[in-house]
Design a protein around this ligand. Structure first.
Ligand SMILES: CC(=O)N[C@@H](C)C(=O)N[C@@H](C)C(=O)O
Length: 698
């Protein structure tokens, strides 16, 4: 056989082998569509949601009882402009939504973002979709719109002030002027009052603007921080959360403390307020930092609803708004996360990591609890994940977002009569999405050196010769929980896609739920000596690396690590402290400099343990271990990041340069923490897996 034929045969064999080894591309698995903003009309059996399809973000509609899906907008450019505040007008005739901004940010969420380098900065705008004729029009610049009960007026925030426009004849105008920054707008049931929070920096107050009298009044004003105002069903009272204002004298920095909060009510007419409940002054009694915080609601039968960690798990409680006497509604070793008051205000829908399966603690299912009787049941179950429930107006159907280990998140309908679940919009999955190649991750639980049970998910493709390389994924937040399926957060659906790709490439992939994460109780979520106070969460990351190294099928000389944000911080710490275990890493918009978390002393006062805290913060950071950082690293950061300052990476790279330490980098100009432009997401994902492969699978 001549050499040409030999070379052709070898090429065909290698091509075939490679195709077998990697049955889909990074772009194919990154092309998962992501639904968000699921909402239901209160007057018609309609649902609507925003769908991100390869960066094209559009609105879809579906109607009971068949729920055929229909795309009703046509934004056709991958320009990074997200859709938020999606809502039906109460009469069901229009959809209102916001386009633009970066609402997952820690700051500047309502500032335009420009990852496509448009000539002029895109703005944050309020749009209207008329359902009668499908007309879509941009109304005005603004954010956080809410529609009046008579469906005639939209109130919204612009330049931190309250504006309104008439839906049928939009002439936007500022409603009044007030010192400070306005947030949390809500209409009274009668539609003649607007309730909101005004933030004055050291304190914040609940205020009401009377549109008829053009007058403003504060409800129970104080020097506290009042937040989360909610109307009573009759519109005559308001409930809100009260926390201390201002700054205390310097407290010991390295000690945990109770974070006090109270529930108050106030009368709209008298403006008089009264404390109805004070949180137990324990660590568990601190206000919850899980989704929605206190999740305060005013339900039917004069019941106040709140979520508290006081029994060690985030659970729902109710109390009579006059008599008090709180009682626990949900009970058990599980977390209540997303909470929704049903339209009749008589029960609560919630998502929780509980169900009949042993490993349901690493999933989410939908539950319901009747407020007066306390009768609770879990409506969804199985190896799927359900979140973000909404009840349709006819009370026959519930809609949610669901996924499983193979299928990405899609809108799903639950019949309240039959309990049947129906996924809708499966046709939105790209035709070349590698659904069948998706692997089912398995639950893994191992002990940390100090005895904690650490949950993780392991992804592994059957077969393969000899020992395999491995990759450890470390999530961010850190108040997050990775699950046994596609995640309900877009950021973590993307890392789930990366993990699927790596596993399909032949890596053993482990996704570790380290302490500080949610879903495993208060003491796991709020441990001592973590982050800049001692970084003990790193014990779990190192234990996860050692768990991988202990697996017979893993080559312990080919273990890599990657993570974003808080996960980028722990990736850098792992590479700096344990390059012997972690041979390569990708640090995506990581945090590295921690001392700036300390409030520098003002004047003569400083915390009694300030010096110790400063030293602890330094030695909790990868900056303290650059001498032992020998593993190759790729740094990635968007330079319009509004969750982690890009300086965190710029400064660390400067240290590498001055120390002549090797590194690779990828800067994504004008994009944020959440890779708003799909093309950037693919670029980051590809760079991540290529760097890991280059060093672990030469
Ligand atoms: C709250 C926040 O922005 N935390 C960052 C440090 C971070 O981890 N961001 C993403 C990845 C997240 O999960 O919140």
């Amino acid at each position: 056989m001549d050499m040409k034929k030999v070379k052709l045969s070898i090429f065909i064999f290698l091509l075939g082998f490679n195709l077998f080894a990697q049955s889909f591309t990074m772009e194919q698995v990154t092309s998962f569509p992501f639904p968000s903003e699921l909402t239901a009309s209160n007057s018609k059996d309609w649902i609507a949601w925003a769908m991100n399809e390869k960066g094209l973000r559009n609105i879809y509609l579906a109607q009971a009882p068949h729920f055929d899906t229909k795309k009703v907008t046509n934004f056709s450019v991958d320009d990074g402009q997200e859709i938020s505040s999606l809502q039906f007008t109460p009469d069901g005739n229009n959809l209102i939504f916001v386009r633009g901004g970066e609402h997952g940010s820690n700051w500047d969420w309502n500032v335009g973002i420009n990852p496509s380098q448009s000539t002029f900065m895109p703005k944050v705008e309020i749009w209207k979709l008329a359902l009668v004729n499908g007309k879509v029009e941009m109304i005005t610049e603004g954010d956080e719109p809410i529609v009046s009960p008579d469906s005639k007026t939209v109130a919204y925030i612009k330049n931190r002030q309250v504006w309104t426009f008439d839906l049928n004849d939009p002439k936007p105008a500022q409603l009044f002027e007030i010192k400070g920054s306005v947030a949390n707008l809500s209409w009274s049931p009668s539609g003649d009052l607007l309730l909101f929070i005004v933030n004055r920096g050291t304190h914040s107050m609940v205020a009401v603007f009377d549109l008829r009298e053009k007058s403003l009044r504060y409800l129970s004003p104080s020097f506290s921080r009042d937040t989360s105002p909610r109307w009573s069903p009759d519109g005559r009272k308001v409930t809100f959360i009260r926390r201390p204002g201002g700054k205390p004298e310097p407290q010991p920095i390295l000690e945990q403390r109770h974070n006090p909060w109270e529930i108050w009510t106030a009368d709209i007419q008298t403006t008089e307020g009264k404390m109805r409940w004070k949180a137990p002054e324990t660590l568990r009694g601190s206000i919850s930092t899980t989704h929605g915080g206190a999740n305060l609601h005013w339900a039917a039968d004069n019941q106040l609803i709140y979520l508290s960690y006081e029994d060690g798990w985030p659970h729902l409680y109710a109390m009579d708004a006059e008599a008090g006497l709180s009682r626990q509604l949900t009970k058990g070793n599980f977390m209540v996360e997303h909470v929704l008051l049903t339209p009749d205000k008589k029960s609560l829908l919630f998502t929780a990591n509980t169900g009949p399966l042993k490993d349901d603690i690493d999933r989410r299912h939908i539950g319901r609890v009747d407020i007066l009787s306390g009768k609770m049941d879990i409506w969804s179950q199985g190896e799927s994940i359900e979140t973000n429930p909404v009840i349709l107006s006819g009370n026959q159907f519930l809609a949610c977002i669901s996924s499983n280990s193979k299928r990405p998140m899609l809108p799903t309908i639950l019949s309240l009569e039959t309990g049947q679940m129906k996924v809708i919009g499966e046709s939105i999955l790209p035709p070349d999405f590698p659904l069948e190649q998706m692997l089912t991750p398995k639950q893994v639980i191992f002990k940390s050196p100090d005895g904690l049970n650490i949950h993780a998910q392991i992804f592994e493709k059957e077969g393969g010769e000899g020992k395999k390389p491995a990759v450890l994924f470390v999530h961010g937040g850190p108040q997050r929980q990775m699950l046994l399926g596609w995640h309900y957060g877009d950021y973590y659906s993307n890392t789930y896609a990366i993990n699927q790709y790596l596993a399909n490439m032949g890596f053993v992939v482990l996704s570790v739920n380290f302490r500080l994460g949610i879903g495993y109780g208060h003491e796991f979520h709020k441990p001592e000596r973590t982050y800049w106070q001692g970084a003990e969460e790193y014990l779990d990351v190192k234990a996860a690396g050692e768990y991988l190294a202990s697996l017979p099928q893993v080559d312990d000389q080919r273990i890599g690590i990657y993570g974003g944000s808080y996960g980028g911080y722990l990736t850098a710490l792992a590479l700096a402290k344990d390059s012997g275990l972690f041979k390569v890493g990708v640090d995506i918009h990581g945090v590295h400099e921690l001392s700036s978390r300390l409030e520098m002393p003002e004047g003569f006062e400083k915390a009694p343990d300030f010096e110790k805290a400063q030293k602890t913060a330094f030695y909790s950071s990868p900056l303290a271990y650059l001498d032992t950082w020998t593993s190759p690293v790729l740094f990635i950061h968007g330079d319009d990041d509004r969750n982690v300052q890009v300086s965190q990476t710029v400064d660390l790279i400067r240290r590498f340069e001055e120390r002549k330490m090797p590194f690779e980098y990828l800067i994504i100009p004008d994009d944020s923490h959440h890779w708003m432009k799909y093309a950037n997401l693919v670029k980051v994902n590809t760079a991540t897996v290529d760097f890991l492969q280059k060093h672990l699978k030469p």
